[in-house]
Design a protein. Structure first.
Length: 440
C-alpha cells in the first residue's frame, strides 16, 4: 500500500473508531452530575455512620474509583467495614458470600489487606480476621449447593462477585467454580423469572475477565479458551439488550454493563449511553445511593478490575460540593388514587385482593402499601427487610418468599415489572399496581 492510501485508511479507521470509543467518559461540563452523585453517596455514608447502620461497600468502591475524593469519609468507611466484618463473624450474623466479596473489594480499594482484617473487639486470641479465607469458604458453599441442587445458595450475581474478589486478591479460583459459572451462563442461570439479568451477566464478565488475565500456566489454556468463548457469548447477550436510547438492560444495569463492555474492549455507541444516563440522572433516577454507586464508575470510564491498583497516598483531588440543584420533579399537589392488588396463584391457598388507596401525590409505593394495611390489615399486612437498595418486601398477607423455593413478591405496573423497589417507586394517579407472588 502506498503512503497516500495508508494515510486514507488510517483516517477512515479513525472516523469509525473515534465516535464510538472516545466519549467513554463524561466531558468536563458534564462532571457536575457525577460530583452530585458522589455527594449523595458521601452524605448517605455519613448518616449511616451517625445512626450506627451497616456500611454499604458498593459506595466505598464507587468513591474510591472516582477522580474526586472525600478522603476522611473514605478512611472512616474502611474502618467501619473492617469493624462490621469482625462483628458479623464474631456474632454469627448474616454475611452472604457476595457481601463478603464486596467487603474484600472495598478493603482492597483502600490499599488494606482483607486477609489481615483487624478491629477493636477482636477476641479469642485472634489478632486478625482472614476475610479472603472466609470468602473462599463461602464460595465453596455456593458451589456445593450448585453441585447438589443445581442453583447457588444466593444467586449467580453473588457467585460472580465471589470469583471476581478472590481473583482480584490473587487467590486461586478452582477450575470447577469457573466451570459452574460457565455452565450457568449457558443454561439460563442468569435469568430471574425468565428475564435475562444484564447485571448478572456483566458481573460474570468482570469475574471471568479477571480469571482469564490471571491464567499463565500452559496446562490451563483449555480453560482460558472456554472462558473466552463464554465472554464472547455474554457480550453478545449484553449488547442484545441495548435499547433504542442506548440503555443496556434497564437504567440500573447500564453501569455494570458499561464496565463489562469496557474490560473486554467492546466498541459500542458509548456517548449515546452516557447521554441517556446523564438525562436520567438529571431527572432523579439515581437518588438512591446504591443506584448512584453502580453508575458513577462507568461515567468516568472506571471499572471494578482496577480496584487493586488505586493510589491511597498523596494528595487526591478534593470532592467539591455539588453546585447542581437536586432534580425537582414539579412538586406534586393534591392526592392520587392507586388501585392496589395482591395476588397469589402459586401456593395452595390462593388469593386475589384489590383495594383503592388515596395518598398524597408524590408518595412512595411503600406509603400506598402502609395505607392499604391500615384500612384492611388482614389482607394487606406486609413485612420488609432492610437492604442496600432499601426496603425489600418479604411477605404479604402472611405469605413469605423464600430462597429454597425461589419465590418472592414481584411488583408490577399493569403487566410490566417495576424497575424500582417500593421505597423508591412513586405511583401516579389511577395506576394499577400488582404485588404478585412469583417464582424466579
Ligand atoms: C438477585 C436479584 C434479585 C432476586 C433476589 C433474591 C435472591 N435469591 O438473590 C429477586 C429475583 C428476588 C429480586 C427481586 C427484585 N428485584 Co432485584 N436484583 C437482583 C440482583 C440481580 C442481584 C442482587 C444481589 O444479590 N446483590 C449482591 C448482594 C451482596 O447485595 P445485597 O444488597 O445483599 O443483595 C440483596 C438485595 O439486593 C435484595 N434485592 C434484590 N433485588 C432487590 C430490589 C430492591 C428494590 C430491594 C430493596 C432489594 C433487592 O436481594 C439481594 C439478595 O438477598 C440485582 C442487580 C444489581 N445491580 O444489584 C437486582 C436489582 C437490585 N433488583 C431490582 C429490582 C427492581 C427488583 C424488584 C423490585 C423487581 C420487581 N419488579 O418486583 C424485586 C424486589 C421486590 C420486593 N419484594 O421488594 C433492581 C433495583 C433497581 C432499583 N433502583 O431499585 C436491580 C438493580 C436490577 C435492575 N437492574 O433493575 N432481585
Amino acid at each position: 500500500m502506498d503512503r497516500g492510501r495508508m494515510a486514507l485508511a488510517v483516517l477512515l479507521l479513525l472516523c469509525v473508531w473515534l465516535p464510538v470509543s472516545l466519549q467513554c467518559s463524561v466531558s468536563e461540563n458534564q462532571i457536575g452530575q457525577v460530583t452530585r452523585l458522589l455527594n449523595i453517596m458521601v452524605q448517605s455514608e455519613k448518616s449511616s455512620a451517625a445512626s450506627g447502620s451497616t456500611p454499604n461497600p458498593s459506595i466505598l468502591l464507587a468513591l474510591r474509583l472516582a477522580s474526586y475524593h472525600d478522603t476522611a469519609t473514605e478512611r472512616a468507611m474502611l474502618g467501619r467495614l473492617q469493624a462490621d466484618a469482625v462483628k458479623r463473624v464474631q456474632e454469627g450474623l448474616e454475611f452472604s458470600s457476595g457481601t463478603v466479596a464486596l467487603y474484600c473489594l472495598g478493603i482492597q480499594a483502600c490499599c488494606a489487606d482483607p486477609s489481615l482484617t483487624s478491629a477493636p473487639g477482636l477476641t479469642g486470641g485472634k489478632k486478625t480476621l482472614n476475610l479472603a479465607e472466609l470468602l473462599e469458604k463461602k464460595l465453596k458453599e455456593e458451589i456445593e449447593n450448585i453441585d447438589s441442587k443445581n442453583f447457588p445458595l444466593t444467586n449467580y450475581y453473588q457467585v460472580s462477585l465471589d470469583i471476581m474478589a478472590l481473583c482480584m486478591m490473587g487467590k486461586p479460583v478452582t477450575s470447577h467454580s469457573v466451570q459452574r459459572l460457565i455452565e450457568a451462563s449457558d443454561n439460563g442461570g442468569f435469568s430471574y423469572g425468565g428475564k435475562y439479568s444484564v447485571d448478572t451477566a456483566s458481573v460474570a464478565v468482570l469475574a471471568l475477565t479477571c480469571v482469564k488475565r490471571s491464567i499463565k500456566a500452559p496446562d490451563r489454556m483449555v480453560l482460558r479458551l472456554k472462558i473466552q468463548n463464554t465472554l464472547d457469548h455474554l457480550i453478545k447477550n449484553i449488547l442484545q439488550e441495548t435499547t433504542s436510547e442506548g440503555l443496556i438492560g434497564n437504567v440500573y444495569s447500564t453501569g455494570l454493563a458499561m464496565q463489562a463492555l469496557s474490560v473486554t474492549s467492546t466498541s459500542y455507541n458509548c456517548s449515546r449511553t452516557i447521554q441517556t444516563v446523564l438525562e436520567r440522572a438529571g431527572s432523579g433516577s439515581f437518588e438512591n445511593p446504591m443506584a448512584a454507586s453502580q453508575i458513577t464508575p462507568s461515567l468516568e470510564n472506571r471499572n471494578y478490575l482496577e480496584l487493586n491498583k488505586l493510589h491511597c497516598e498523596g494528595i487526591q483531588k478534593p470532592l467539591p460540593e455539588s453546585t447542581l440543584p437536586p432534580p425537582h420533579p414539579t412538586v406534586p399537589e393534591g392526592v392520587i388514587t392507586v388501585h392496589y392488588r395482591v395476588e397469589n396463584s402459586i401456593t395452595e391457598n390462593t388469593f386475589n385482593d384489590i383495594i383503592d388507596v388515596t395518598v398524597p401525590a408524590g408518595s412512595s409505593l411503600l406509603r400506598v402499601m402502609e395505607e392499604a394495611a391500615k384500612i384492611s390489615p388482614v389482607k394487606f399486612k406486609f413485612t420488609v427487610e432492610k437492604s442496600s437498595w432499601g426496603p425489600f418486601v418479604t411477605s404479604i398477607q402472611g405469605l413469605a418468599g423464600n430462597a429454597e423455593d425461589r419465590t418472592y413478591w414481584q411488583f408490577l405496573t399493569g403487566k410490566d415489572a417495576l424497575e424500582q423497589g417500593v421505597g423508591d417507586y412513586k405511583p401516579f394517579n389511577e395506576e394499577h399496581i400488582v404485588a404478585k407472588f412469583s417464582k424466579y
